[in-house]
Design a protein around this ligand. Structure first.
Ligand SMILES: Cc1ncc(COP(=O)(O)O)c(C=O)c1O
Length: 372
């Protein structure tokens, strides 16, 4: 059978999808590489998790892991309570990364033809997972790069949307709304429109400003977090949603029973019960983010104010030479063509102090070369 005939056996929604574009892994260069393209936490010391997982590996791998994530849910609930958020196990659903959490919500809530509203140029999974569920996606233009909450509200109300999805802090712009602005938005929406608020990067902004505090007042709100960013466990693939318990019951029905393996469950449990490296690294990243912002400004560029562990910046006309120059020194940043922006717009992950000193040094020398 030729590939054309095979392709036609696949659902049309899938045929029409664009493949996911991941952050570039840097080429090996004099042994030094620095990936500033996928917003992982490069400043965390995770050796305690590695040591703990080595011990876990002494146990038998014969048995299935806990299908109910009991110990992990309890640890998360305690962690959140210690942060001031009243969340119990019945509100929590774990996913194989928050990418899977997103997919579970879409599969659980969307019927073909229903409308999903997202900001234009957002994290690509919002669109692809909604299309996969057969939904109609309406993309709302941004305002000066920011997610336009007023425009989202208007489109939601006009189109009788089932679901609106956006990130705060936003990816890729790192722009961040206050809790008051998020609450204002929620208060003006119809109660039967679901709001999925992706707070993948909230720990780098103001953790106390998480919309988790709004859940009891807005049953249509679902908050999504991940352990891939501030918690430094992207390789383990653990994300979760916090929602009304009824929504959690429905979501639990469709997630795969063993979506989190033993190592993801144990690694996440360890980090949630020993979180001090998270806050230590967040404070380093916040300082380095400020430094990077000032540095880019001094270089005559215009970075946006950032709440996430990354900075959005226009590299200008010479963007290709700058990006290539950085790559030749082993540094990859994310050019945002695949998000729908002009590729001169770039997202730079903020790493450790050492990483950022190296970035600034290389950036200056590449820029000098480009100007010659
Ligand atoms: C805004 C946002 N949401 C969700 C994710 C997915 O994270 P993960 O699937 O690793 O939990 C990412 C990853 O880059 C992201 O940027």
């Amino acid at each position: 059978m030729d590939s054309e005939r095979l392709r036609k056996l696949v659902r049309p929604e899938v045929q029409a999808l664009e493949p996911y574009v991941a952050g570039k892994v840097p080429p090996l260069c004099h042994g030094k590489t620095l990936k500033l393209a996928s917003n992982e936490n490069l400043a965390i010391d995770n050796q305690d998790v590695n040591r703990y997982l080595r011990k876990v590996l002494h146990h038998s791998l014969v048995y299935y892991p806990d299908a109910h994530h009991t110990k992990l849910k309890k640890a998360l609930s305690t962690f959140l309570k210690e942060s001031g958020f009243e969340v119990s196990s019945e509100h929590i659903v774990f996913g194989d990364g928050s990418g899977e959490s997103l997919q579970i919500i879409m599969m659980a809530c969307l019927s073909p033809g229903e409308r999903v509203i997202i900001p234009e140029n957002s994290f690509s999974l919002y669109k692809t997972r909604a299309l996969l569920a057969g939904a109609k996606v309406v993309e709302v233009p941004r305002k000066d790069f920011w997610v336009d909450l007023a425009a989202l509200e208007e489109v939601v109300c006009q189109s009788k949307a089932k679901l609106v999805v956006f990130a705060n802090p936003d990816n890729p712009t790192s722009t961040t709304y206050s809790l008051a602005a998020i609450e204002g938005f929620l208060s003006r929406l119809p109660q039967d429109t679901l709001v999925l608020l992706d707070e993948a990067y909230i720990h780098f902004a103001e953790w106390k400003e998480s919309a988790l505090s709004l859940l009891s007042r807005y049953p249509n709100l679902i908050v999504m977090h991940t352990l891939s960013k501030a918690f430094g466990l992207a390789a383990l693939r653990v994300g979760y949603t916090i929602s009304h318990p009824e929504m959690a019951v429905q979501m639990e029905k469709i997630r795969l029973p063993f979506n989190l393996g033993l190592l993801p469950q144990e690694g996440a449990w360890y980090r949630l019960t020993h979180p001090s490296p998270v806050w230590k690294s967040v404070s380093v990243i916040q300082k380095e983010r400020e430094k990077l912002f000032t540095f880019l400004h001094q270089e005559g560029l215009s970075p946006l104010p950032a709440g996430g562990n990354f900075v959005f910046c226009d590299f200008g006309e010479a963007y290709q030479q700058l990006i290539k120059g950085l790559e030749s020194h082993g540094i990859t940043v994310r050019s945002l063509g695949s998000f729908g922006f002009h590729p001169r717009f770039v997202r730079i992950t903020v790493g450790s102090s050492q990483d950022m000193a190296y970035f600034r040094q290389v950036f200056l020398s590449v820029r000098r070369e480009v100007r010659r």
